[in-house]
Every structure is written in structure tokens, then in C-alpha cells.
Design a protein. Structure first.
Length: 309
């Protein structure tokens, strides 16, 4: 019995040594692919989106490593995954797994509602460093189901790229001497664009009406000073309330979106209108109003062209 145990321990030690030698000699190249069957919950205020996807790996069946069992979706807030499966296909080990995930996603809303974004799903090795496993990508098999519909969004592109990601840590591994480790990763990039024409007119209509009222104020006689100021105050109130209403769509942010800039431009025009209202009380010819109206209209129109296009 002791002899059997000794032989078994020796075999296990030799096997472990062979595995360690094979891993240290050269990294195993693993082909990684991903296919998305659902995209949804595009949520800029919450900085997130969700997806369903299949992930697969093709690796050396003679290797003890099973990459489909050790990969993860980096940056995920919530992950639900089915049990990984491995099947030998020809001369390759084919591993596959289905994921449902909610991803952390930064959204740059400065161009709203004509904004474009790249949704990123990083597929990362979590147990073996790049000295053991490196990723190639299956570009031919990876992609997005063409039946996916995103409502106010359209999908404009998909790419998948391999990466080697450095981390300034050895994560507590006592065998790693350097404070820098490198890990294999494959990033799926999904490009989307908002169908923003309808949204643009919905969120700017009141602002443009406020601008029209400002232009109308330049036609008031100097004797109608009180009515002119009341009109401009009402236009300013409507402009500010309309600008704040976009927060219900985007959430609070320190960035100035396209919509914010247009509303601020309307507010600036209203300020000019107020200044000219005080001046027109002493200018019976009202030449200042006519010149100011022309300058304000041309400047506002030109600014809109620059901001939108």
C-alpha cells in the first residue's frame, strides 16, 4: 500500500512538473469568439447596458488548461452564466458558455441627441497570465444577431480585438517577483448611434419658441417697456425649465450637452433683448433694436449650424 501511494505521488509530481514546464515554455494560443443574441437596457443615467452572449474558445486538447472555465467578463456589474462545456472537435478543444450580463459603461452625452457610443465587453483570463495563455479572436464567427432592435438606437459596427492588459500588481502570488502582471483579453466593441432627429426637436422646441419671443420683443415700442420685459422674463423661464427637463433623460451631469449649449445661447439672446429694452426707452428712432435684432438672429443661426453639424 505504501509502495502504491509512493508511486502515485511520484506520478502526480512528474505530471505537475510536466505541466509547469509546458506552461513556462510558451503560452498556449486560444481562439476566443463572442456572439450577441440580445442588447438592451441602454441606460446613460445609470452608466450601464445589458446583453446576452455566447462565448467560445478553441484550444489545444492536449493542454490541461480549459480557457472557457477560467475566463470572465471584466467590468460586469451582474453576471449570470451557464455551466461551461468542453467538446473535442477535430484537433481542437471547443469550449462554449452562455452569459447574461449587465456591464458598466461610461456614456459621453455631450453630443446628445446625435451621440454615438462604443459598448465594450472585455473577455478576460482570470487565473493564468499571458505567459501561459494568450488570446486570438474569431473574427469570422463573432458578431451580433441581425434581428436585434434597439428602438431609438441603431447598431453601426462590431469589432473584436485581442489585448494584453498589464496590472501593476502580482495579486499576492508568492511565486511572482515582479509587481507587474499581464493578462490575456479579447474586447468586443459594439458601435451604436442614436436616432436623434425626433428627440432633438422634442427637447428644443420650447427653447426655439423662447428665441422667437425674444426676436418679437425687438419690435416693441419704447413705451411698451413693461410688456417687453414681461415677455422676455417669460421666455427666459420657459428656456430654463426646458433645459432642465433633459435631466430626466440623461440624469445629472457636469458635461454641457448640445441641448444645453442651444438653451444657453437662447438665454444669452434674451439677456441682449433685456439690455436693448432698457436702451429703447431713450432711443425714439429704435435703430439700436433693428441692428441688435439682425446681429442676434444671424449669430444664433450660425451658432446652431456649428453646434449641430
Amino acid at each position: 500500500m505504501k509502495l502504491c501511494n509512493s508511486i502515485g505521488n511520484s506520478i502526480a509530481s512528474i505530471a505537475a512538473l510536466l505541466v509547469a514546464t509546458s506552461l513556462s515554455a510558451a503560452p498556449m494560443h486560444t481562439t476566443v469568439g463572442a456572439y450577441f443574441t440580445r442588447l438592451g437596457d441602454l441606460n446613460p443615467p445609470n452608466n450601464s447596458f445589458s446583453a446576452d452572449l455566447w462565448v467560445w474558445t478553441l484550444s489545444d486538447p492536449a493542454s490541461p488548461l480549459r480557457p472557457i472555465e477560467t475566463l470572465r467578463l471584466r467590468g460586469a456589474r451582474q453576471v449570470s452564466a451557464e455551466k461551461p462545456e468542453n467538446v473535442v472537435r477535430g484537433n481542437r478543444m471547443y469550449g462554449f458558455r452562455f452569459f447574461t450580463v449587465t456591464m458598466q459603461q461610461p456614456w459621453d452625452m455631450r453630443d446628445f441627441p446625435f451621440d454615438e457610443h462604443t459598448l465594450v465587453v472585455p473577455i478576460s483570463e482570470q487565473f493564468f497570465e499571458a505567459s501561459d495563455i494568450v488570446y486570438d479572436v474569431d473574427r469570422a464567427g463573432s458578431g451580433i444577431d441581425p434581428r436585434i432592435r434597439l428602438g431609438d438606437w441603431e447598431i453601426t459596427g462590431f469589432t473584436m480585438t485581442p489585448e494584453i492588459v498589464p496590472y501593476p500588481s502580482h495579486f499576492g502570488d508568492p511565486l511572482v517577483k515582479e509587481p507587474l502582471t499581464r493578462w490575456a483579453e479579447a474586447e468586443a466593441h459594439i458601435k451604436i448611434r442614436r436616432k436623434g432627429v425626433g428627440t432633438f426637436f422634442k427637447v428644443t422646441l420650447v427653447g426655439y419658441i423662447a428665441f422667437a419671443l425674444t426676436m418679437l420683443s425687438f419690435a416693441f415700442e419704447g413705451t411698451l417697456f413693461g410688456s417687453r420685459i414681461s415677455l422676455l422674463v417669460g421666455a427666459l423661464f420657459a428656456d430654463v425649465v426646458n433645459m432642465r427637463s433633459t435631466e430626466s433623460i440623461l440624469g445629472r451631469s457636469d458635461d454641457f450637452t448640445l441641448i444645453d449649449k442651444i438653451h444657453l445661447a437662447v438665454a444669452a439672446c434674451i439677456v441682449v433683448g433685456v439690455a436693448m429694452a432698457f436702451r429703447s426707452r431713450r432711443d425714439e428712432t429704435r435703430r439700436g433694436d433693428k441692428l441688435a435684432a439682425t446681429i442676434v438672429f444671424v449669430a444664433f443661426a450660425a451658432l446652431n449650424v456649428v453646434l449641430i453639424w
